[in-house]
Write a protein that binds this ligand. Structure first.
Ligand code: SF4
Length: 392
């Protein structure tokens, strides 16, 4: 139990949140400034990447989450159509402008056509980097799914070892799994606070705390969360009269921070799918036996739901209803990134189902590069008021 006063804990938490916000915009570290034990960095695109494979080979996993709303596109439009989602275009821009030159490699996934083609763009334009597509099955309900994933993980592990010049033996990989199991447990604790005492931690703050893992080693992120969580629990904030909502549609392209802040101003977001790839595995991965198989099995058997994976055990409607139920939410904010096919498809199914079961919801579309939020703030205020009136 912490012996610090609530005031000290609050100022420590402010410092941690400022640090996380700075990390959000931090450049990829060059080799000279890497933490001890790492020989390079491996960029990976959303949604899910088994970071343990890179970590155990001595490559620092760096989540590549697009360029936000401060990046001007100068080169990317010559490489892809204007109908492609913002995160793919701004990621290409970051590469072409040299902002990702410190990466030793970049891994993307066939979650959609746009993301899959990033692999080819990378290989052609940055031949000095290892460009890889990690093929994760979109349908996990086939008998060969675990075997297929394990073979893919093993193939990629070999590529990473070659690039890093360091073997990732099973003992190292099991140690990495242990570090990430601790990280996943801490992230689950953050979400439990949001569910049980949402006035203590806003969605924006929780997002910043989770997102810090995309720039620092998991062990450092564990230490950061271990300091932050007691300080959050010690907060003496009063609960406000705000509706409890879940936020869905932020699984890949990142909503601007200002959008999350506008939602926080009006609602308590008691669950969401933001950065779901960092929380993809929902319980501990076994730390004994074959570690590659344990990771592959976890992808199938202990994983979150997402619009980019088909699992007949988790229907679109079913997992949203489960989010609403388990977080005791009154309503949903159903978003999608502009031009995101998987997200827009899910949005239609969700809206139709929520109409059917009589759950209130607000539909919002966003783009990482949007800069004007007044209209959205007004929509959110009206939505929150209508929910409060309905329950008064
Ligand atoms: S935002 Fe949607 S369309 Fe764009 S890469 Fe992600 S899943 Fe694909």
């Amino acid at each position: 139990m912490s012996t610090e006063s609530p005031k000290d804990l609050e100022s420590e938490l402010d410092e941690i949140l400022d640090h996380c916000n700075a990390l959000r915009q931090a450049p990829v570290p060059d080799d000279a400034s890497l933490p001890d034990g790492y020989t390079g960095t491996l960029g990976h695109f959303p949604v899910y990447f088994p970071e343990e494979l890179a970590h155990s080979a001595g490559l620092l996993p760096v989540g590549i989450l697009g360029g936000g709303n401060k990046l001007e596109l100068k080169h990317a439009d010559a490489h892809m159509g204007s109908f492609v989602c913002s995160i793919c275009r701004s990621t290409t821009e970051l590469g072409l402008s040299g902002a990702l030159k410190n990466l030793a490699g970049f891994v993307t996934h066939p979650i959609c056509d746009a993301a899959k083609h990033l692999g080819g763009i990378w290989a052609r334009n940055f031949p000095e980097q290892l460009a890889q597509i990690l093929y994760l099955p979109q349908n996990v309900n086939t008998p060969g799914a675990v075997r297929f994933i394990a073979a893919e993980y093993q193939r990629l592990r070999g590529e990473l070892e070659k690039k890093a010049g360091r073997a990732s033996d099973d003992e190292r990989l099991r140690a990495s799994i242990g570090i990430y199991n601790r990280n996943r447990a801490l992230l689950r604790e953050l979400y439990a606070i949001r569910r049980d005492e949402p006035w203590k931690l806003s969605c924006t703050e929780s997002y910043l705390l989770a997102r810090a893992r995309t720039r620092i080693p998991a062990e450092e992120h564990n230490a950061l969360l271990e300091r932050a969580i007691p300080a959050i629990r010690a907060r003496s904030r009063q609960a406000q009269d705000k509706p409890r909502v879940v936020f869905v549609g932020g699984f890949c392209e990142q909503p601007p921070l200002e959008m999350l802040e506008a939602i926080d101003d009006n609602c308590y977001v008691v669950d969401d799918d933001l950065l779901v790839g960092l929380r993809w595995i929902t319980s501990d991965v076994p730390e004994t036996g074959d570690p590659v198989r344990a990771l592959a099995e976890s992808f199938v058997e202990r994983s979150a739901a997402s619009p980019v994976q088909h699992d007949e055990r988790k229907t679109k409607e079913g997992y949203l209803m489960e989010m609403l139920r388990s977080s005791r939410a009154d309503a949903a904010i159903v978003t999608a990134a502009k031009f995101c096919e998987p997200g827009l498809d899910e949005q239609v199914a969700w809206s139709k189902h929520l109409d059917h079961v009589g759950v209130q919801y607000l539909v919002l579309e966003f783009e990482e590069k949007m800069t004007s939020f007044e209209q959205m703030a007004m929509q959110l205020e009206t939505f929150a008021e209508s929910l409060l009136f309905a329950t008064a």
